[in-house]
Design a protein around this ligand. Sequence first.
Ligand code: DGJ
Length: 744
Amino acid sequence: METIKNTKIKRSFIRIVILVLLVFSTSVFGQNMTVIPIHTKGTSLVYSVDKTNRLVFQYYGSRIEDIKPFYNQQSYRKLDTNRDLSYEAYPAFGLGNINEPAFAAIQSDGSLNTELEYIEHHTDTSVAGISHSIIKLRDKVYALEIELNTKAYYSEDVITQWVKIINHQSEAIMLKRFYSSFLKVNSGSYYLTHFYGPWAGEMQKVEEKIENGIKIIESKKGVRTTQGENPSFILSLDHPALENEGICYGGALAWSGNYRLSFQIDEWKNLNVLSGINPFLAEWNLKPGETFITPEMIYTFSNKGQGKVSRNFHRWGRKYGMTGGYEPHDIVLNSWEGAYFSFDEKTLNGMMDDAAKIGIEMFVLDDGWFGNKYPRNNDNAGLGDWQTNTKKLPHGLDYLIDHANSNGLKFGIWIEPEMVNPASELAERHPEWIVQSPGREKITWRHQLLLDLSNPQVQDFIYTIVDSLLTTHPKIEYIKWDANRHVEQVGSTYLPDSKQTHFWVAYTKGLYSVYDRIRKKYPDFVIQDCASGGGRLDYGALKFHNEFWTSDNTDPLSRIFIQYGTNLIYPPVATAAHVSTSPNHQTGRVTPLKFRFDVAMTGRLGMELQPKDIKGDDRVFAIEAINNYKKYIRPLVTAGDLYRLLSPYDEGGWASLLYVDPNKKTAALFAFSIEPHSRGLYPTVKLNGLDPVKDYTIKEINENGKSRFWGNGKTFNGEYLMNVGIELQISDQFDSAVFLLNED
Ligand code: DGJ
C-alpha cells in the first residue's frame, strides 16, 4: 500500500535532487550562470551571463537545438581571477572591452566609464511569429539602465536589435555613442559586400576582404543619407559571397539619419560589427528620467549563400518592413521625364489619354505644379508654397484628377515638403524654420534649403501639407515624397545652444513622427519614398512607404546593376522601375524598347516618358508587355521569391533572374545580354527554387516576333531545369528574354 505513495515521493525526491544537481553544476561549476537563447526557425542567437554578471555574446548562426554546452563555455583570454575578456553582448567603454565600444557616456561627475551588469530578462511572445526578448543591464556604480531588445521573427529567420537607455540619476549624463547592436563573428577571413553610389548610380555592389583595422561605412549627410553608401551589408565568411552556398550574414539599419556600420578585426582575429546612429557630433544630453531609444538593426543569417539572405530580407520586409508589402502595385506613368517643368493642362490631359490607352493604371504629376508668387517653372523657386499654380493649371488639381479618373486612371502627386527655395513665400514668412548656422551665408543646393524638422512647428507644417492635400483632394491616391538635398551648415534656431548636437537625431525622429501621424490617419494610402532617386533607401523610412524611387537613372543597362544591388536587401515589390525614352536622358544610351520593358518588369513597372512618342510596332509591343505584367509578372514580383541566376557583376556579360511563387507552381524567368557576344556564344541558365519533381511548361512572353528558346511551349521537369538548365538565344548587346513557367 505504502509502496505506491512512497514510490511517488521517492521519484519526486530523486527528480528534485537531479534538478538541484543540474542547477548546481551549471551555476557553480560552470562558467555561465544563465544562458539566453533566442531562436528563429533556422537560426540562434545566444547570450550568457558569466560569474561576474557580465552579459556575454556567445553565438549567432545556424540554429542550435541543445544549448547546454554554452553553460560550460570558457574563455582562454583570462586576465585575472575575477574576469576574462570574453565579448560583451553590448560592449560599453569602461571595463573588459578593449575594442570599439557600442556605448560610451560621460557621467555628471566627469567619469568616463560604464560597466554593465546583467539584471534580468524576459521574453514577450504575445505577437504570433515574433518573440521579443528584453535584457536589462545596469551600470555597477551609476543609476544608468540599458535594455537590450531583440525581436526574433521565427519564419523569416530575421532578428532585429535596438537598445533603450534610461537615466535614473538626478543628474544629466552625456551619451557619446549609442550603437544599436553588436555582433561578433569568428572565421579565417571575412568578405564584406556593401552598396555605394552617387545620384543616378545608387546601390552598386562592391565586395572587399576586410583586413585588420576598422572598416567603416557611414553617412554624415543628415538627410538623403543613402546617396553615397547604403546602411546595409552582406558578410561572407572565408570566401567572397556565393549565391547559393556558404555562410552569410545580412544587416540593414532602419534609420534615415546619420549612421555608422563599423567592422573591426581585433587582435584575436574576431570580427566585431557595430551598427547604429553615427556618433559624429551627435552627443546626446540625457536628462534625469529621460530615455533614449536607438533605431532597429535588422539581421539575417544564411548557411546557403547570399540568395537566402536576400529572400529572408524580402519576406521580412514585405511583412514588417514596409507598408502594403503584399499589395499589387499600380502601373504608373510619372510625368517627370515626359514633361519636366513644362506643362499645362492640355499637355497633362494628353499624357493621361495616351497612358490610359496603353493600359497604364495611374498618372503621377511630378514637380512643377505649385507656387504662384514664385512659380515653380524650374528648380529655382516655389518650394514650400504648396498651392496649385493657377497659370499652368487654371482649373485646379481636381480638374486633372477628374480627367484621370474619367480615363480609368488613378491620380498621384509629387511633393518635397522638407525643403524650401529662398525664392518662396515660405522662406519669407518663416526664415527661422530653415536649417542654418548663425552669421553664415546660407548656401543652397539645387537652389534650395532644408527645413528644420527638429522643430515641432515645422513637423506640424509638413503634416498639414500632406493632410490638407489629401482632405482637399480626396481622390488623390498616391504621393511621391521627394528630398533633394542634404544637411550643410548644420544649426537649429529651435534647439538650445547646449543641444545643437541633438540636431541629427532630432531631425530624423521629427521626420518619423510626421510619417507616423500621416500613417495613423492614412494607413493604406500609397506613398513613394524618393530622395533624388534612391537617396533615402533604408528600412527606417520604408516602413512608412509602399515603394521607393530606385534611381533617377532609368537607363535599363544601368538599372540592371542598380536593381541587382537594391534587391539584395530590399524587396522587388517596392522597387519602382520605369520605362523611359531612348536615347536615355541620363546616359544618352540607345536601347530597344523590349530591353527597357523587360528590365522594368523585374520591379514595380511604370513609365517615365511621353506615351504619345511610342508609335507603330512599339506601341503594340508596349500594350502587350503591360498586359503581360498585369496578368503574369505582377503577382510574382509582389509575392514571389527572387533567385538570381546570372550576375551582371560576373564575367560573361549576362544577367538573369527568376521569380518563383511560394507554392512553386509558377515562375517568371528574365535573361539579359548586357555586352556584345561573339557568334554562337549563348548563356545556359540553370534555374533555381523550383520543385524538382514538378513539370513546368515554358512559354515566352514579350516575344517581339522571335522566340529565344528552342523549348518554347514544351514541358520540362524542375530537376532538368535546375541541373541541366536551358540555353537561351540571346547574344547581341541588349537582347533579352522573358519566360513564364507553369506547373502542368
Ligand atoms: C528628383 C526625383 O528623383 C525625380 O524623379 C523628380 O521627381 C525630380 N526630383 C523633380 O524635381
